[in-house]
Design a protein around this ligand. Structure first.
Ligand SMILES: [Zn+2]
Ligand SMILES: [Zn+2]
Ligand SMILES: [Zn+2]
Length: 462
């Protein structure tokens, strides 16, 4: 039985101040009455906004004020975002599976439902709860602190892990991007978090579509149409070209038109029979404003958002991704490890090292090793990640265990206190020899050594 009160200490260590959610969670904790725990095998169903009226022995109907971690949420009202936000801390709300009526009209203020509640009454609820069984089992196997993490990356990972799926986008005319992730209603930071998880290999990006976007405001809501290549007017139309056999004149049909007859503008003869007097070898784009004709129209856009207009060549092609949950991501969610940030932390380790050594007037250098794919596609192959891990291990074996190595696959930086750069440079062939033969897929290995002189500028400019 998971009670919020039991976890307050873990929480205090866990929550950080970057999302402002620790307050939210502490407030929620404060609501929790110190009451007797209920049995483990019963389902804790949180009714939002009101408790459910279930008579079932297997179900405990809890309310938002109980401060108990629910196994599942059942909507007893409209299922709006604000009802959900008022009932649970935002991270927990984003993770717990939700039973409710499916909103087929796609209202913007609705919280995404995971399991459809078909009909009303006890039977419908029991059916939905049994459908939610796997979700609930996965929800229960998440480490407690994950439910209250202040890191949207971990929240997203847990949300997807409970549902055993990725985050797929959906087309919509309701927003400027023309795409939306339904999961973003539960987790507004979704896109940023998903990108960061993809960078770390915990989610996998897959191509979904491309949006042609306004270069000014990035909106995808553009009106696109053909334009006159001369005056830029959209008042253009296709016209047939007529070819008069007799005098070889070729011109747009309108130049031949004389009432209902066709008269050659060059030789003034009447054209009677298609295939005998003339034919139509093609079409031309004719401008009704300036009479300009050309074989191809240019294509222009008008942005419905900001009003900017121009050739579609100026627009941007923006890739829309579906994010799939990788096996590593799934494992990570249930392990409850924090998703280690970030470039800043890594950079500051290097910075601290350099500053420390410089201040002490000690000899030091830094070895940067970068793995590069030797062929296209190698980096996206599954063996690439494996190769990086193996490389990191081999590199660690090259040095004594005290040497700190900063890892940012495929870049690795060894901090070498007491070593002179020229000595390490001399040893590079040896280092290479100790590593390269073991890397089966044969990636390129770039090694570079930086001494204190290289860092002098960085340190003094700070
Ligand atoms: Zn024109
Ligand atoms: Zn003619
Ligand atoms: Zn625009």
């Amino acid at each position: 039985m998971r009670r919020i009160v039991d976890t307050s200490e873990a929480l205090a260590n866990q929550v950080s101040d970057d999302r402002g959610s620790d307050n939210e969670i502490l407030q929620w904790l404060a609501r929790a009455p110190d009451q007797t725990a209920c049995s483990v095998d019963k389902l804790r169903v949180l009714g939002v906004p009101r408790p459910i009226g279930s008579q079932s022995e297997d179900v405990i109907a809890i309310s938002a004020t109980d401060g108990i971690v629910p196994d599942v949420v059942a909507f007893t009202g409209m299922g709006t975002i604000s009802e959900m936000r008022a009932s649970l801390p935002s991270s927990l709300a984003a993770i717990v599976p939700v039973i409710g009526a499916i909103d087929r009209d796609g209202h913007a203020n609705r919280w995404p439902v995971d399991i459809a509640l078909e009909g009303s009454g006890e039977k419908a609820l029991v059916r939905a709860l049994s459908e939610a069984r796997d979700f609930i089992a996965r929800m229960r196997s998440l480490p407690e602190h994950v439910l209250f993490s202040s890191d949207p990356k971990l929240t997203l990972l847990a949300r997807l892990a409970v549902r055993d799926r990725g985050a797929a986008p959906r087309r919509t005319a309701m927003c400027a991007e023309t795409f939306t992730y339904p999961d973003a209603a539960a987790l507004p930071e979704l896109t940023t978090a998903a990108e960061e998880l993809a960078e770390r290999g915990l989610l996998e990006r897959r191509f979904f579509d491309v949006v042609t976007s306004c270069p000014g405001c990035r909106s995808g809501r553009l009106s696109v149409r053909e334009l006159c290549g001369s005056c830029g007017s959209a008042n253009v139309a296709e016209e047939a070209i007529i070819h008069h056999y007799r005098c070889a004149r070729e011109a747009a049909e309108r130049e031949f038109r004389s009432g209902t007859a066709l008269v050659c503008p060059k030789c003034r003869l009447h054209l009677e029979h298609f295939g005998v007097d003339y034919d139509k070898p093609g079409i031309v784009i004719a401008c009704r404003e300036c009479n300009h004709m050309s074989s191809e129209a240019s294509v222009g856009y008008v942005c419905l958002e900001c009003g900017s207009a121009g050739s579609t060549e100026l627009t941007e092609a923006r890739f829309i991704w579906a994010y799939h949950l990788s096996p590593t991501g799934l494992t990570h969610a249930f392990s409850g490890q924090t998703i280690t940030d970030d470039d800043r932390a890594r950079t500051s380790r290097l910075q601290r090292f350099v500053e420390h050594q410089t201040k002490g007037g000690r000899t030091f250098c830094v070895l940067a090793a970068k793995l590069q794919p030797s062929s296209k596609g190698q980096q996206s192959s599954r063996r690439w990640e494996e190769t990086c891990r193996l490389f990191a291990r081999l590199l660690r074996e090259v040095f004594i265990s005290e040497v700190e190595i900063i890892e940012r696959p495929p870049l690795y930086v060894a901090l070498l206190a007491g070593e002179r750069p020229e000595d390490v440079r001399k040893a590079l062939p040896e280092i290479r020899e100790a590593i390269e033969p073991h890397l089966a897929i044969g990636p390129r290995l770039d090694l570079a050594v930086y001494g204190s002189d290289d860092f002098l500028q960085i340190v003094t400019s700070r």
